[in-house]
Design a protein around this ligand. Sequence first.
Ligand SMILES: [Zn+2]
Length: 92
Amino acid sequence: MGKQVVTTMSTKCTCLGIIEVTRRQFQEAGTTCVECPACGARRTLKSPKDLPHFPSHPRRLTPPPKRERHWVEQEEIWKVSEGRGWRQSVLT
Ligand SMILES: [Zn+2]
């Protein structure tokens, strides 16, 4: 078996995948705020490029306090949410 990876003390989120949104889509949406599909942390990309990687970030432990437009991944497709957010936008 492989060696164990200790993650207990880590607050870093390991989700650093590619955001499948193009620069044009960011511009059309009017927001470059993206939500991590793993932990819900949000990051605003200052100068988005095509298909950027999600930046390194600490794991979010609480829901975001305010509503804002942001990109979320739903069923492997990135969409703009109006910010009802944090795992509930799919249901409404
Ligand atoms: Zn994350």
